[in-house]
Design a protein around this ligand. Structure first.
Ligand SMILES: [Fe+2]
Ligand SMILES: [Fe+2]
Length: 173
């Protein structure tokens, strides 16, 4: 495996934690949701997230992964299961919030790699993941119709805040 600088290892640790959580979001949705269309959406997205997780596993050795992975799994599962209790619109709005966050998260890493002009292969891999996250976001947004009420906006803000906190923790632990 390539020897990456510490800042980049910390970023990859947060990516790996995030993709672990992403797979679990869809497990949480699939555990509780009966809507056939949403189940197909979740199964398709979960396969993509498992692909992302495998890519991150290839570049981040086990010893450098987050020590809080069990926590990210539970948090991810709840992030999918809670809105699933309220129906497809709540789930699509949640995925929109999560993926909007993930888009920016990957973008700041791409910006730094570009600024330092390093690791073009890794950059391409992260850009590919980001592109697929943006696609997930757009698909979810189209399905919830773009306009959500105050409760879902509040939940979306909470999810964004939680993601921010999780990334900050996963960079360190
Ligand atoms: Fe992903
Ligand atoms: Fe995603």
């Amino acid at each position: 495996m390539t020897a990456y600088p510490d800042w980049l290892i910390a970023e990859l640790r947060s990516d790996h934690a995030g993709e672990t959580g992403a797979v679990m979001i869809y497990r949480g949705i699939l555990a509780l949701c009966r809507d056939a269309e949403l189940r197909r959406f979740a199964e398709r997205h979960m396969a993509t997230e498992q692909g992302h997780l495998r890519l991150l596993e290839e570049v981040l050795p086990p010893a450098r992964r987050s020590r809080l992975l069990p926590l990210w799994r539970v948090a991810g599962w709840l992030t999918g299961a809670i809105p699933a209790l309220f129906g497809p619109r709540a789930v699509y709005a949640t995925i929109d919030s999560v993926e909007s966050f993930v888009d920016h998260h990957y973008q700041q890493q791409l910006d730094r790699l570009d600024a330092e002009a390093i690791f073009p292969e890794l950059r391409a891999m992260l850009a590919k993941c980001q592109e697929e996250e943006v696609h997930h976001r757009d698909e979810a947004r189209e399905r919830h119709g773009g306009v959500v009420g105050a409760v879902l906006r509040g939940w979306g803000a909470l999810v964004g805040w939680g993601s921010e906190a999780a990334v900050a923790a996963a960079r360190r632990l």
